[in-house]
Design a protein around this ligand. Sequence first.
Ligand code: FAD
Ligand code: SF4
Length: 485
Amino acid sequence: MSDKNPLPLKERMKILRTTMPALDPAERCKNFSEVNLGLTPEAAHTEAFRCISCGKPGCVQQCPVGVQIREVVELIAAEDYLGAAAKMREDNALPAITGRVCPQESQCEGGCVLGKKGQPVAIGNLERFIADYERTSGKVGMPKIAAKTGKSVAIVGSGPAGLSAAGDLIQKGHTVRVFEALHELGGVLVYGIPEFRLPKDIVRQEIDNLRHMGVEFETNVVVGKSVTIDELMRVEGYDAVFVATGAGLPQFLNIPGEHLNGVYSANEFLTRINLMRAYNPEEYDEPVYDCRDRNVIVVGGGNTAMDAVRTAKRLGAKTATLVYRRSEAEMPARLEEVHHAKEEGIQFRMLTNPVEFLGDAKGWLTGAKCVRMELGEPDSSGRRRPVAVAGSEEILPVSVVIIGVGTTANPLVQSTTPDLKTNSRNYIVADPETMRTSKRGVFAGGDIVTGGATVILAMGAGRKAATSIHEYLTSDVWEAGAPAS
Ligand code: FAD
Ligand code: SF4
């Protein structure tokens, strides 16, 4: 593709990275409105001019699903925003979502050549811009749907893995039905990530697009309880099943006092707030432990912990503190969230680890005994291992503790499908390229295979699974009834 950017290279290098406008921190930390406001067409256009159209773009190499970023940015520079959105959708089915939540600093922007000496092209902000432009223009291009094949696929779970598989499979002419355990569709996109980072309307609109394409959805179906995988195939006649149930089972610290009233898992806390709208007690009757005027600590350093602590602040916490056993440099949360959290007055207690929660005679939390940590040798994750400093105990007075130290596999499908192979941590074993499992006709992908990862990786797994399921459903091998693994 020719370089559509009219500015000479030298001129492009002089343009400074555009900043994403955001709501005032003092105001936004009292409500759930989206923090980032989005780029104007002028700002997006100027930002696109910064791209130097590399021959071998590092941005594309670092994108987990290989979005043709260079071409997308060139189309923005040429002010063809709808063309740019269409190009993006060739590889990324949910750009309005990934533009908001991808950890760009370690993916596309981490590979951008401009980042070596200055600041990378703001690829995430541009992605969000074209997706929003397309959405608000009402011109979201509906892909062509192939003639019906007569085959049907059941998808278990409506997170990004399930949704992206559904979108690709319906286009290939199969009948697709998504079964979701909760009453709302979208997985972590709706029950985990808060409104102030990802407005639910955006997720709903993507789901509506899938509905218009013919995808059927059924909520409140807990596969493994309401119906098993075997029943879906043998009784209901599905030709293939894609398991995309995610990793939503919270992990705890297993320390004394974790049973006290006032100690939550981040999953429960965020689900109550996001899905049941507990932040709006006038309209929604959902109980949530009152953070108002209380000292709240959130344990962890990832996106989940960050979302929980910023939510607690918005619920009126007197102090909202993030407690993390490593240093800020090791925190897995997106850089933008760390920056926004600090602006909002979140306190960071790094190199600190709770060892016990203390309570009163009635079982209510009153404090968290913490120790100071220092970093030792790198562990298996490559990060320096935190080691407790002897004699460094101190007690933080707190009324609410939210544990956000990670999750593990949702277990129900595995426990009710005996011939589905799992690993020692109960994740489903699936081929990383074909997503086939040990059970014929059953595929799996997303967090339920990899463990807690990212939206874009789950989406990429869903797309790979769709290609593989299509091959399985249409190949002679399948017609001959060969085993799936
Ligand atoms: P999920 O999104 O977990 O969806 C699985 C779905 O399956 C759920 O809807 C669940 O209810 C349903 N399900 C489970 N069991 C059954 C069953 N038996 N029957 C029927 N349905 C079932 N990633 C990023 O890239 N950027 C971020 O900023 C980011 N922030 C995050 C913040 C939070 C609070 C959390 C928890 C995660 C975050 N992540 C982020 C990670 C990302 O959201 C996940 O990696 C991604 O959603 C995984 O997608 P999935 O489709 O595999 O599973
Ligand atoms: Fe443009 Fe950066 Fe990608 Fe090069 S690496 S094509 S400069 S976005």
